[in-house]
Design a protein around this ligand. Sequence first.
Ligand SMILES: [Zn+2]
Length: 412
Amino acid sequence: MKTKITLLGLFLLIGFNSIAQERSCVMQAHMQEKLQNPEFREKYKLRQEKFHKEMVELRNSRNKRQRETVTIPVAVHFPAGNESNRTCLEVLAQSQIDILNNDFKATNSDISNWTTASSQYPAINTGVIDVVFIIATKNHPADTDTDLVEGGKAVTIGYNFGNGGDSDVKWAGYMNFVIKDISALGYSSLGGDPSIGDTVVMDIGAFGSGNGCTGYVPQTPYHLGRTVTHELGHHYNLDHTWGNGGCASDDDVADTPNIDSSSGGCPSAGSVIMCGNKSLTMNYMDYVNDACMYMFTAGQAQRAIAYINTIKDQYKTDVFTTLTSDDLTLENAFVVYPNPTNNELFIELKGINNRDVVKIELFDVLGRSVKNIESNVNVKRRIDMHNLKEGLYLLRVKSGKNATTKKIVVRH
Ligand SMILES: [Zn+2]
């Protein structure tokens, strides 16, 4: 009997340890609570109906691809933060947004792990969600954080967001992230609602990467910003890969293997078998360590895109600028077309002085230079684009000490 108790104790200990290693995402509990509210339930139902129609349309469309890059204005809130920490908190916020931009576009460096891992999952491809997250810098809402300035980042510090709740109508039209001390790593609605100033709520130890700031230090193994990628996946209607749990429950995504529960830690590819399938443990919608999750599937990407398409009109468009130039004259001095482009891009220089040497440089989203052209000819230039990967690029035109940048989308 004594031995049995010891063994049971050991089993419980092991069981407990394996749970303790896993993340604590409380999306489901959050949704159960929210759906008690009839008004929330009704709006949720309408959004989901709209989403299902969009899914059908996307599936039937000829190329099954997203129509255009969606730019999503972001606001980051530190309700318990200290204004004296602003510089550090803005850097922390930007570190998280950079991670999201890479993870959603599948330009994260560790996606290279898939090259080997994919042999374990022959029917699965990685997905690209063509969105760009930008921390808003213009037309900040009034009566929130009085320290926000035109041209400065929409990062509130010490502002009592939503009176402690999960949404704040003053921040409607933004993708809001609220970072506070919670008992889980994070949560979001399953299918968020920008019209009410909805949020992803993150714990103080699971936001951003790097050394962090006083009171907001990313904690290993959730120190690489992936918890936010996971919660934002929920926000765009992606469920956990195990759905509600059990082999009979699914996540409504065709290409994620059917599994019954989460994995923690850092399992090797194909090593976890559930419901007779190899669990896709490296998926952002599982519970593994930040360093061990690195992909959405093509099916998840399609689902997220369909959801984003149904809510994108609610996002504000006048709260950010994609221009990184401080020279609007040069911005108007050239035209670029077609954009999106396929095989070639034309640049027409209009108002630039003939004697000036114009430098035209194309960068990928990681800031790597992929084309570099010098021109002192005040005419049309053609850039060959056919060997560039699909995605977003930045075209930088420099004349004298003036420079301006335009976003270019390549789609083959
Ligand atoms: Zn979750």
